[in-house]
Design a protein around this ligand. Structure first.
Ligand code: ATP
Ligand code: LTN
Length: 326
């Protein structure tokens, strides 16, 4: 089976953008691929995190992965900082990565704007650590949202350069990006992607939001001028809501448009809230069960690290031999 690797940062609370754009798909492809899913705490610290909160969010992120239907008997689930080879390989890859490639990354440029106290070397280096995550496990495919495409492309550039210098060592990974849901937009500003770091809490629906809060957020979501409920470039807000509706209900957008022809935005939003609440119900039920069973979660984390370590150690040995690091 081909290998899949992906990661989620334990910063903020995951939202339906993370779910529809990535995690839901992670569960769906478990039968087809040999999957490894990682909570990337070393990536999260490229922006300051309070230690106690980081610790808790890391465990919460593991629970999110499990509640989304990822089965630790089938897939490896682990925490990035538990496997030291990620940092070790990132250092090695740093030595062959041109700074110019890192400076042109869109995510770096966006996040650098918010680091008022000066941009850290870690923020610039973020994509190299991500390349290390991916290349360490001979990954074939990386399921991510659209915002991560550029980083996966860079990991191919780095793999190619290493292979040219030191001999065939790394596979060149492909991004696996779904057409629908790859970029869920903010509910309050449809020109921005839904993001955990958004200060406006009404922009995001978090995966752990209660039904009442989901209804309230959808009620407050912005719409476009005109009354039609239709997906069109000049109706970015409504198009985003229709995408969310379609992905949670598994109905094509065209059918939803027909259903709400001649109906009001209020009626459409009530229907949407219901679909989102129902679409998250099973996930939330599983999440609440895991909350009651912290020993199980810790056991999954430990066993996941043991499996990942075996693979990572053997790849690092190969890398060091090829480079003359003996
Ligand atoms: P955020 O901006 O919310 O902090 P992120 O991309 O920085 O998200 P992660 O939590 O690590 O951080 O992302 C997990 C996955 O969710 C990634 O594959 C990412 O591409 C995807 N993702 C993030 N935001 C969206 C979105 N608005 N729509 C679709 N996919 C998204
Ligand atoms: N940068 C990604 C998280 C991430 C990742 C990875 C995704 C870190 N390492 C390796 C796929 C493969 C993000 O912000 N979503």
């Amino acid at each position: 089976m081909k290998r899949v690797f992906s990661g989620i940062q334990p910063s903020g609370t995951p939202h339906i953008g993370n779910y529809l754009g990535a995690i839901k798909n992670w569960a769906a492809i478990q039968e087809e691929y040999d999957c490894i899913y990682c909570v990337v705490d070393l990536h999260a610290i490229t922006v300051y995190q309070k230690p106690d909160i980081l610790r808790q969010k890391t465990i919460d992120a593991i629970k999110i992965i499990l509640a989304a239907g990822i089965d630790p008997e089938k897939s490896i689930v682990f925490v990035q900082s538990h496997i030291k080879e990620h940092s070790e390989l990132a250092w090695i890859l740093n030595t062959i990565t041109p700074i110019g490639e890192l400076e042109r990354m869109t995510q770096f440029k966006d996040k650098a704007k918010n680091q008022k106290a000066g941009v850290s070397a870690g923020l610039l280096d973020y994509p190299v650590l991500m390349a290390a995550d991916i290349l360490l496990y001979n990954t074939d495919a990386v399921p991510v949202g659209e915002d991560q495409r550029q980083h996966v492309e860079l990991s191919r550039v780095i793999a190619r350069k290493f292979n040219n210098l030191y001999g065939e060592t790394f596979k060149e990974p492909a991004e696996l990006i779904r057409k629908e849901g790859a970029r869920i937009m903010s509910l309050t500003d449809p020109t921005k992607k839904m993001s955990k770091s958004d200060e406006d809490k009404f922009g995001c629906i978090d995966l752990t939001d209660s039904p009442d809060l989901i209804r309230e957020k959808i009620k407050k979501a912005v719409t476009d001028s005109g009354k039609e409920i239709i997906s069109r470039p000049d109706k970015p807000a409504v198009s985003n809501l229709l995408t969310i509706y379609s992905l949670f209900s598994n109905q094509p957008i065209k059918e939803i448009e027909t259903k709400y022809e001649n109906k009001t935005y209020v009626e459409f939003k009530e229907g949407l809230a219901q679909v989102v609440i129902e679409g998250l119900a099973l996930f939330q039920e599983k999440y609440a069960e895991l909350d009651k069973n912290p020993e199980y979660v810790l056991k999954v984390i430990k066993e996941g690290a043991d499996k990942a370590r075996n693979l990572a150690e053997s790849k690092m040995k190969e890398v060091k031999e090829k480079m003359g690091l003996v």
